[in-house]
Design a protein around this ligand. Structure first.
Ligand code: FMN
Length: 138
């Protein structure tokens, strides 16, 4: 099973989740500046909303995918909305890439909101989620 982890994170919240997921499945978490170089079965793709949309980097990354991707598993952090899945899914649909219905989401600190998130328990939950996905149990 080929697994890759890519993420976009301005403030570091989504990066923490990316690293927990990557460690759990035994790969390296990389930023979107590193395109996929070979086919993958599972791509864990991380993002956060900024002004109710994902960053252009996420859009560019998805539109530039030129390898075969079995499915994308979304993970995200945010302060108000719940998850970036619908934004990423819209972009992936145009590329005929499947988005898994399972996703990982948790709150991410923003100003006075959600201080300390993601916390240790968020990271443990992300790792557990990733292990289950990679074993086909989620
Ligand atoms: C400029 C800016 C705009 C944001 N807009 C939203 C938003 O529209 N909806 C939301 O739920 N959170 C919003 N947030 C909060 C972030 O999505 C949240 O803090 C997230 O965890 C940031 O992830 P990062 O640290 O990986 O960049 C915004 C944060 C910033 C800095």
């Amino acid at each position: 099973m080929n697994i890759a982890v890519r993420y976009y994170s301005r403030g570091g919240n989504t990066k923490k989740i990316a690293e927990a997921i990557a460690k759990a499945v035994g790969v390296e978490a990389k930023t979107l500046s590193e395109p996929l170089s070979s086919d993958v079965d599972i791509l864990f793709l991380g993002s956060a909303p900024y002004g109710f949309d994902v960053d252009d980097e996420v859009k560019k990354f998805i539109s530039g995918i030129d390898v075969s991707v079995g499915k994308v598993v979304n993970f995200s952090t945010s302060a108000v909305i719940r998850s970036t899945k619908k934004y990423a899914e819209k972009l992936l649909t145009k590329k005929n890439i499947a988005m898994a219905k399972e996703e990982f989401y948790c709150r991410g600190a923003f100003g006075v909101l959600h201080k300390g998130r993601p916390n240790e328990s968020d990271l443990a939950a992300a790792a557990d989620f990733a292990k289950k996905i990679s074993k086909g149990e989620a």
